[in-house]
Design a protein around this ligand. Sequence first.
Ligand code: 13P
Ligand code: SF4
Length: 302
Amino acid sequence: MDKLILIEEIKRLKKEKNAVVLAHHYQVEEVKEVADIIGDSLELSRKATEVQEQTIVLSGVHFMAESVKILSPNKKVLLPVKDAGCPMADMIDEEKLEAFKARHPTGKVVCYVNTSAEVKAKSDICCTSSNALKVVNSLGEDPVLFIPDQNLGNYVKKYSGNKNVIPYNGYCITHHRARKEDALKAKAKHPEGLLLAHPECQEEVLEEADFIGSTTAIINYAENSENQTFIIGTEMGVVESLKKQLPNKTFYLLAQSFICSNMKKTRLEDVYRALKKDTYEIQIDEQTLQEAKSTLVNMLAL
Ligand code: 13P
Ligand code: SF4
């Protein structure tokens, strides 16, 4: 189908089906263009609770659609591409979490939002990259089992008041690829640029950064800074969002490897099919949903 016709059909189906399209910043531009709301994973699940529409098409990866479902259990939540997953979230499951807990029986489990509903259900409190320090600081001196991202875990260990943080050994295959040399090269090439990096990057990259923050924190920093040029140390979709939002500023991607192939799987055709055929509906069993919800609610209560 022609792109313009597809866009019109998506608009028509949204009305007909009483549906709304939410897209993560890492999605391709054509998908973000048909989205009603663009945001990071936490913003999307929060905003999903506020929309009136009964059907939510979540253009992102599986754990994000699950988080939306957990917080809006009475809505129909659709993920347009069934196998759009997060390899880091897949690095831990219930069994691996149980084994990790058995090795550190006194620790509280802080799970990054990039985890499955089953893993959230077996954790104590959730966090995102924007509130990880706050969440860990709220737990006092207790040992913290931080899952699954070792880089975010190490960042939290370094900057929170709790030195008893034990990170799991997962990592984001996109952010973990960037190395110190990439940061040094980009800074030498664009000396006027400030390096803004996501805490999923390795410590050697974060040490070179002028600012460390989540997707939204990076966007807000660029918007509020007096500086005109920025080197972005996160997924390329954020650079695209920034160029649109702040056309008078200049943005460079830290390294060409910053592409999340799972995030790029969703195309306009998939959003159209999701709306037309109700694919693929997120289903979570009631007990898992309730347990995972309390982990998310513990975070939101902060
Ligand atoms: P946000 O929570 O900032 O949306 O990030 C999700 C993610 O997958 C980062 O790689
Ligand atoms: Fe997962 Fe990394 Fe992709 Fe984010 S960028 S969805 S953490 S693989």
